[in-house]
Design a protein. Structure first.
Length: 205
């Protein structure tokens, strides 16, 4: 279960979600959520709160009444947590996957066998076409959640690529998953079947 200080982030998303060019921060599609209460929160996310709504789908922060974000809950007055991905979002049935796991700090990516990693833009963010390339790369990125399985982390160097085969569940709909919402999908690994560090002789993405 992830718990973190998210109030400022959620407040910014809520207040800016009506922007025409928001892209990554567009209001979420209600159908992606597993629970009816989160679907309703998504539908109401762009509706302004009144003071009478506080405690009924809205909360007070820094003098403002803000909408409750889907899948979020209050730990204390200054801390918001979020429920696990597979409780928050609709997931596909478990299936077998094979590909490359990129194990990096704040970046757990999965590149399915037979595919190539997305190309992120390197130009000035203000340049023409940057936003479109960024959104294409983000949508094609898959976050790999390895938290449900044991991998010897004490002796596992970060920043490596691994050939991996596993049974897991993928998010049913595209969205904003993983660290900072920079992945278009997420796969939760339920069981590792094969894991081998990439070497010079291996073909890794």
């Amino acid at each position: 279960m992830r718990t973190r200080r998210l109030i400022l982030i959620l407040a910014c998303v809520t207040l800016s979600s009506g922007a025409a060019d928001a892209g990554q921060f567009d209001p979420p599609d209600p159908r992606v959520f597993a629970r009816a209460e989160d679907q309703e929160r998504a539908r109401l996310l762009t509706k302004p709160c009144t003071q009478a709504d506080v405690g009924h789908g809205c909360y007070r922060y820094a003098g403002h009444a803000l909408r409750e974000y889907p899948c979020a809950y209050h730990i204390d007055a200054g801390t918001i947590g979020s429920i696990p991905t597979d409780q928050c979002y609709k997931m596909e049935p478990p299936r077998r996957y094979r590909g490359v796991w990129v194990d990096a700090f704040e970046g757990q990516a999965f590149i399915p066998e037979g595919s190539t990693p997305p190309e992120w833009p390197r130009a000035d963010p203000k340049s023409a076409g940057w936003r479109q390339q960024f959104e294409r790369a983000r949508a094609a990125t898959i976050w790999l959640d390895m938290s449900r399985v044991y991998v010897d982390g004490e002796h596992r160097p970060r920043g490596r690529k691994w050939i991996i085969e596993f049974v897991g569940r993928k998010t049913m709909y595209p969205g904003e998953y993983g660290h900072m919402g920079l992945s278009g999908h997420e796969i939760i690994v339920d069981r590792v079947l094969f894991l081998k560090a990439c070497s010079g002789a291996d073909v890794c993405g």
